[in-house]
Ligand binder design. Structure first.
Ligand code: NAD
Ligand code: SER
Length: 314
């Protein structure tokens, strides 16, 4: 992996991944792209191009001009926005993935595509949720993620494209805000705690979901693409998790640092229903065994680090 193109680079994951890839593989070797213009962090630290990932010809030209051998395909619409506009979610998530996979087949690239705990649905065993299990999601986001996993496996087995992916849980980070998902509360809570000393949560107090701190997520992205292909039994996509959180549990962690922090609830029925359809805890044994997945942050370490960075931004 020497020459990399990242789609959707300006989002919550890309804003962490692009600097890490540039550090590892060289600034000039990592082309950041997004459908919108991005700030100097992207455009001055290495190459950047505006690119709509749903346009196959433009994707093909960008990959060819950059001489890319690997694409990290992050452009997507997330779960809550996807329920507001399901056709947009289908269009962006599926058309862009097909475009990237076709270009990869044509130009011999490896492709990373993030899947999600959103692939699971109410019929899936919730705790623990196995690697290989029932996947009948009830959101358009989840439908596109299941179809995306299958399409990536198809391009691998049928055309030999080196496709790899993980099913990320909710990702927690500072910096670029999350892009409209059901797990966004676990980021918002920190900003509101620091700004207001309180937070009104859109999920119920005991809504438990898998989560992961972004430094671990970026490690996962790099590790799976660096993994020895001969050791991979699965490809698209591996369960990975860092911790399990409820709003009341995370509030208790925050109170260890801010004893007066208050949480209350104004539940959004759409996002609560999505959360109820997702696992309480996924089993990531396959990722641990096949490519050494081993997260560093638990809820306590993540909370301390988030508060440190939000209270005193660099
Ligand atoms: P995000 O919403 O923060 O960022 C998505 C980026 O894609 C944005 O910068 C947006 O401008 C860009 N984009 C949208 N449409 C585009 C298009 N047509 N062409 C090019 N760029 C386009 O999302 P994220 O949180 O960074 O997620 C990235 C990927 O990871 C997605 O596939 C998402 O489903 C997956 N994922 C994220 C999480 C999470 O908690 N953040 C969890 C599981 C999976
Ligand atoms: N964080 C994502 C969402 O809530 C999970 O894929 O949509």
């Amino acid at each position: 992996m020497n020459r990399i193109l990242v789609t959707g680079a300006g989002g919550q994951i890309g804003s962490w991944l692009v600097p890490r890839l540039r550090e590892l593989y060289g600034e000039a070797n990592v082309l950041a792209t997004d459908v919108r213009h991005l700030g100097p962090d992207f455009t001055e630290a290495g190459p950047f191009q505006v690119l709509d990932a749903t346009q196959p010809k433009a994707v093909g030209q960008a990959v060819m001009r950059h001489d890319a051998d690997t694409v990290y395909h992050l452009a997507a619409i997330l779960s809550a926005i996807g329920e507001k506009d399901p056709r947009l979610a289908w269009h962006v998530n599926m058309v862009s993935l097909e475009a990237v996979l076709e270009v990869a087949r044509d130009q011999g690239c490896a492709v990373f595509t993030p899947s999600s705990i959103g692939v699971f649905g109410p019929d899936t065993p919730k705790n623990p949720t196995p690697q290989d299990t029932v996947m009948r999601p009830t959101t358009m986001y989840g439908i596109t993620k299941v179809a995306g996993e299958l399409l990536c496996d198809y391009y691998h087995t049928r055309f030999g494209v080196d496709t790899r992916g993980v099913r990320f849980p909710g990702l927690i980070s500072y910096g670029a805000p999350p892009g409209g998902g059901t797990t966004d509360w676990a980021v918002e809570i920190f900003y509101e705690a620091v700004a207001e000393g309180s937070y009104t949560c859109f999920l119920e107090a005991d809504a438990q979901l898998d989560m992961m701190y972004m430094p671990d997520a970026v490690d996962a992205l790099v590790a799976i693409m660096e993994a020895d292909a001969s050791k991979l039994v699965h490809r698209n996509a591996f369960n990975v998790t860092g911790m399990q959180l409820t709003p009341e549990g995370l509030a208790a962690e925050i109170r260890k640092h801010m004893p007066d922090f208050q949480i209350d609830y104004d539940v959004d029925p759409v996002r609560q229903a999505i959360a109820e359809s997702w696992p309480d805890r996924i089993d990531d044994t396959a990722a641990r065994e096949e490519w050494g997945w081993d997260p560093s942050y638990d809820a306590s370490a993540m909370t301390a680090d988030m508060l440190k960075h939000i209270e005193a931004p660099a």
